[in-house]
Design a protein around this ligand. Structure first.
Ligand code: GDP
Ligand code: MN
Length: 378
């Protein structure tokens, strides 16, 4: 789950990371009032779940409350990378002396969190990583020991931070680490962390990603979820407990089990097809879940054929067949469908589908080939 800048910064502040004074607004008039409270000079920041808002014109500095209202109006009517701006953050504007990049993410290869910093902070960190990787400092954190004080100082020294800021920087590093750890985040990023002209360190921007698998113990964060910004298919999938990832191909795949889903996608590719999605309906899926999965697959207009690959273990093939029939009744699909059922109650499942005009297959290779062929012809 992605958090908005204002949400991320609220979490940072809770763990002792200094952030600018400010509040979120949904109208230009509200923005004006907030600007008046903050003394006039503010920055108006679009709250959309994409990066590069500054370059897209979604971040503007206002000299006074009247200008804040005007710029807020302008930004609230914008679309940034296809997302309409519904909310803006009105922050006290900072006078920036230097911009630093600072984050923690999960390093899968090292199986540890990694703290990343660069003196070349600001808007183009990806470019710095590509062209000047030596300007990016990485320090791994032992999850059992936590962040050690000397590690924060090492980073401060490596990015040539003047010594007078080291104490504050260490506090920010510890705060960012606690924010990352306590919220089950997979990313906690400050870009930029700035040195202001009046010699303070402040997190000007914030971005957090929370591990969806940890949401069961992060119930207060769940309330921060902004479903306006999510694709309808993803919201539907979450509601039914389906693991769904949309891809660019044209063969919709409905499979039970993550490993089997990946295998199915591999075999589709082996026969020169392109999967339209990854979809794991999970073990023991009933008819309603199968129907939801089918609605999700068919809502993608790229889908030219659907491949069902069901291995009946805990999941019963007849239940899945019933789900397919319910969904077909409801959505009246126009694309060819290839089905392979094996395992528990496969025979009953096949009988139920006999009248459903589906292409049946015995093996996965057979099913994948038929699906690829059907998609080409359709
Ligand atoms: P992003 O483009 O989505 O990463 O949004 P940021 O919040 O990082 O803002 C982009 C850039 O706008 C920053 O790198 C700063 O250079 C500038 N900026 C943001 N807030 C302020 C501010 O309060 N004062 C000034 N002068 N510039 C700001
Ligand atoms: Mn930024």
């Amino acid at each position: 789950m992605k958090l908005h800048e204002y949400q991320s910064k609220t979490i940072f502040a809770k763990y002792g990371v200094p952030i600018p004074k400010g509040r979120v607004a949904a109208t230009a008039l509200e923005a004006r009032h907030i600007a008046e409270e903050l003394g006039g000079r503010v920055v108006i920041k679009s709250q959309v779940l994409v990066g590069g808002r500054g370059k897209a014109g979604g971040i503007k500095v206002a000299k006074n409350a009247a200008e804040a209202e005007q710029l807020a109006q302008q930004i609230l009517s914008m679309e940034i990378k296809g997302l309409p701006v519904r909310k803006i953050l009105v922050d006290e504007a900072a006078a920036i002396e230097k911009e630093i990049y600072f984050s923690i993410t999960n390093d899968r290869a090292a199986k540890k969190p990694v703290m990343i910093a660069s003196a070349a902070g600001g808007v183009d960190i990806e470019e710095v990583a590509a062209t000047n990787p030596e300007k990016i400092i990485k320090v791994h954190i032992d999850p059992l020991l936590g962040l050690r004080d000397y590690q924060a100082r090492d980073i401060a020294a490596s990015i040539n931070l003047p010594r007078e800021y080291w104490r504050d920087f260490s506090k920010i590093a510890e705060g960012l680490w606690q924010a990352y750890r306590k919220t089950d985040a997979t990313l906690a990023e400050i870009n930029p962390l700035v040195i202001t002209e009046d010699k303070r360190l402040i997190a000007l921007d914030g971005k957090m990603l929370i591990d969806d698998n940890a949401m069961f113990r992060q119930s207060d964060l769940n309330e921060m979820r902004d479903t306006d910004e999510e694709a309808p298919a993803e919201i539907e999938a979450r509601k039914y407990g389906l693991s769904y990832i949309k891809l660019d191909g044209n063969i919709g795949c409905m499979v039970n089990g993550a490993g089997l889903a990946m295998t199915s996608m591999d075999i589709v590719k082996l026969f020169n097809g392109e999967p339209a999605n990854f979809l794991d309906i999970g073990g023991g899926a009933g008819a309603d879940k199968v129907a939801a999965a089918m609605r999700i697959i068919l809502s993608d207009s790229n889908v030219k054929a659907v491949l069902f690959n069901i291995f009946g273990g805990i999941t019963r093939c007849d239940e899945v067949a019933r789900g397919i029939l319910v969904a077909m009744d409801e959505v009246k699909p126009k694309v060819p469908m290839v089905v392979r059922l094996v395992g528990t109650n496969a025979e009953e499942g096949r009988k139920l589908l006999e009248n459903a005009k589906m292409i049946t297959a015995e093996t996965l290779a057979d099913a994948a080939q038929k699906a690829v062929q059907a998609a080409q012809q359709n």
